[in-house]
Write a protein that binds this ligand. Structure first.
Ligand code: SF4
Ligand code: SF4
Length: 80
């Protein structure tokens, strides 16, 4: 009984706000934030995280490797 879940994260200071991930997301989860990051760009954020299906399209598209999607095994975590 595998219970896999995924964790989505954005390294806001790597993001240059190019919007490629926003345009490629099939679920319209992402949007450009109105807060500036350390480099002076407007980074992307998950506006609708509940709609994300972890398809990985944004992660594959990002030229700056600012998005990561990691697998987490719920069962493993509970046994720790
Ligand atoms: S993993 Fe897929 S659904 Fe989730 S934000 Fe990225 S492109 Fe959108
Ligand atoms: S593709 Fe990468 S650099 Fe461009 S907005 Fe998305 S996370 Fe930021």
């Amino acid at each position: 009984m595998d219970c896999m879940t995924y964790k989505f994260s954005i390294d806001v200071d790597r993001c240059k706000g190019c919007g490629l991930c926003v345009s490629v997301c099939p679920k319209k989860v992402l949007e450009i934030s109105d807060k500036v990051n350390k480099k002076g760009y407007f980074p992307v954020r998950q506006a609708h995280p509940e709609d994300c299906n972890f398809c990985g399209a944004c992660y594959l598209m990002c030229p700056d490797v600012a998005i990561s999607i990691t697998e987490t095994a719920e069962d493993d975590r509970e046994q720790e």
